[in-house]
Structure formats: structure tokens, C-alpha cells
Design a protein around this ligand. Structure first.
Ligand code: CUA
Length: 174
């Protein structure tokens, strides 16, 4: 069977592009901490208010004895709750997300905090916020008429400033 020279060249280019994508995926996973969400943890989205972890008074920031932080948040049409959060920079943070209605997405630009929030499951993302400042928290999964207005803010401050705020109860605790 004869294969035209041009055909071979295009096949080689297509293979190289596919190879390049594999390299990009591997390097983002191995060196940039970007992973497809793999946390499979079921939860009853209709009973979040009764759950041990996502009842209203449990939401927000929880600091652990080793200094790491867990942030529990609920996404629902059309907002992320609690509304205002202050987080420390350069600290191991585990975000745990649940939805109370439909599929939402959440993304903090310029960080690896990006995941879908599927009702019935807990979405978990570990991150380290390197820069202080105000970050938008955006819904990036179409969820209804108010989707474009579904966003809030996270304020990232230095660790020392955060500790001081934390003592005054100003970081939105559960
Ligand atoms: Cu929530 Cu779009």
C-alpha cells in the first residue's frame, strides 16, 4: 500500500501534537499540583442543614492544631456561603464544597482552586494561596438565570495578620 509523503507528514504532526498534550497534562499534574478532582464522598444534598459537617454553624474556616486550614462552603443558586471569608497566604488549605441544589463550578483565578460541585458529592481541593489581596470566587458552570451573578470574594492576608484577625473571630468561623 502506498502512503503519500504528505499524508505521512501530517500524521507525524498530529501525533506530535497529541504527544505535546500528554506532556502538558503530566507536567501540570506533577509540577503544578493541578489534578482532576478525584474525591468521591457522597452526601445527601437535601439534608445538608442536618449534616455533621455542612450544617450552617459548621461552615467557614476551621484551623487545625498543625496550622493547616479546612474551609467548608455550600454553593447554591446563586451564591457561595459563607459570603465573606478571610484566608491566610502560604498556608495549607483544604476546601470542601457541597451543592444544595444543582451543579455549580467554583474557580479562584490564578490558583488551582477550581472544581465542579456536583449535588450528592463533596468536592475537595487542596491549595496554597501565594499572593495576598482580594480574589473573586466565580461560578463557572451554568446553573440558571442568576449564574452570571453567582460570585463572591475571598480576602487573602499575611499569616500574622490572619492570626490576629482569627483571635478576634473575624475570619468567619464555623
Ligand atoms: Cu452556580 Cu453558575
Amino acid at each position: 500500500m502506498h502512503i503519500h509523503q504528505l499524508e505521512k507528514q501530517w500524521a507525524a504532526i498530529a501525533l506530535m501534537i497529541a504527544g505535546l498534550f500528554v506532556v502538558v497534562i503530566l507536567s501540570s499534574a506533577l509540577f503544578h499540583g493541578i489534578h482532576a478532582p478525584s474525591n468521591v464522598e457522597a452526601i445527601d444534598s437535601a439534608k445538608l442543614h442536618l449534616s455533621a459537617e455542612f450544617a450552617e454553624d459548621k461552615l467557614g474556616v476551621q484551623e487545625h492544631p498543625d496550622g493547616s486550614i479546612t474551609v467548608r462552603m455550600v454553593a447554591g443558586r446563586y451564591g457561595f456561603y459563607p459570603k465573606d471569608l478571610v484566608l491566610p497566604s502560604e498556608t495549607n488549605i483544604t476546601f470542601r464544597w457541597v451543592s444544595l441544589d444543582v451543579i455549580h463550578g467554583v474557580h479562584i483565578p490564578m490558583t488551582n482552586m477550581s472544581t465542579m460541585i456536583v449535588p450528592g458529592y463533596v468536592a475537595q481541593v487542596k491549595t496554597l494561596l501565594h499572593h495576598t489581596g482580594d480574589y473573586p470566587l466565580l461560578c463557572n458552570e451554568y446553573c440558571g438565570m442568576g449564574h452570571a451573578h453567582m460570585w463572591s470574594n475571598i480576602k487573602v492576608v499575611g499569616k500574622a495578620q490572619w492570626e490576629a484577625l482569627n483571635k478576634q473571630g473575624g475570619v468567619n468561623h464555623g
